[in-house]
Design a binder for this molecule. Structure first.
Ligand SMILES: [Mg+2]
Length: 267
């Protein structure tokens, strides 16, 4: 069936065929989003962390020569690396604008030219949003986030207005996208998680590896679309997604990772 007509199926009901595909693959490239996928969503994004069981399953997968692991997130790469805390993984931060891993190094060049402007914009927004409780402006060097999970629901329109007024004007090299309780200020470059995923595939030691991608947010949709040959998994209640499969709750992600790590290899 063409991908566009495919409906999203519950992942856990398709494990036998997924196991067959994995056993037939010479190598597997496992992409994982962080917040809402590896780590439960929490009110204060600075407190997000992976449960111990998830860390253990990841460590086990990372030590399996069949698997390469890539963690891809809107967080800054350095922040992501600290929270995952595993060596020899591929890390992609700022929605893929920066990538680092064994034999891999990438910074999107146009985004890198706008660091100073982004710093000024972040300071300006901090001042403009200072009087709204629960709003946090995070400068992630290549992109910025305005977190509003803890802000009063009634202030959302005002927050959006202030951010749009500061960002959307002719010639500004940034644009705004909205995620789960966050406004993302990103450089207007032709680059997203989908293109980052493709770049990582090409740069990896096994460009023909079977890709798996698990993510929960709107930015992950670009990656789902970029991997029609892969196993794509959307985390969360059934919603409009281009992913092939869904996992109902974030809590099921560690279970699936454990299942993956215990999958015996072919003799
Ligand atoms: Mg996420």
């Amino acid at each position: 069936m063409p991908a566009s007509l495919r409906s999203t199926e519950p992942l856990l009901e398709h494990l036998p065929e997924i196991a067959s595909a994995l056993r037939a693959a010479s190598a597997i490239l496992l992409f994982l989003d962080f917040d809402g996928t590896l780590a439960p969503i929490v009110d204060d994004p600075s407190l997000a962390s992976m449960p111990a069981a998830t860390h253990q399953a990841l460590a086990r997968l990372a030590s399996d020569p069949r698997f390469s692991l890539a963690i891809i997130s809107g967080r800054a790469l350095a922040d992501l690396r600290l929270r995952v805390d595993l060596e020899n993984l591929i890390y992609a931060g700022n929605h893929g604008l920066e990538i680092n891993g064994p034999g891999m190094e990438f910074i999107e060049p146009t985004a890198a030219e706008h660091l100073k402007a982004l710093g000024e914009l972040s300071r300006h927004l901090r001042a403009r949003l200072r009087d709204i409780p629960g709003v946090e402006v995070e400068n992630k060097v290549l992109s910025a986030s305005v977190h509003f999970r803890r802000a009063p629901a009634g202030s959302l329109q005002e927050i959006r207005q202030i951010v749009n007024d500061a960002v959307i004007f002719d010639g500004n090299p940034f644009h705004v996208t909205e995620g789960r309780k966050v406004l993302e200020i990103r450089p207007s470059v032709d680059w997203d998680k989908g293109m980052a995923v493709r770049w990582i595939q090409q740069a990896s030691a096994h460009p023909d590896a079977l890709p798996i991608y698990i993510g929960d947010d709107s930015t992950d949709e670009d990656a789902f679309l970029a991997l029609p040959e892969g196993i794509t998994v959307s985390v969360g209640q059934a919603r409009k997604t281009s992913a092939q499969y869904f996992l109902e709750r974030q809590e099921l992600v560690p279970e699936f990772l454990l299942w993956l790590s215990e999958l015996p290899s072919l003799p």
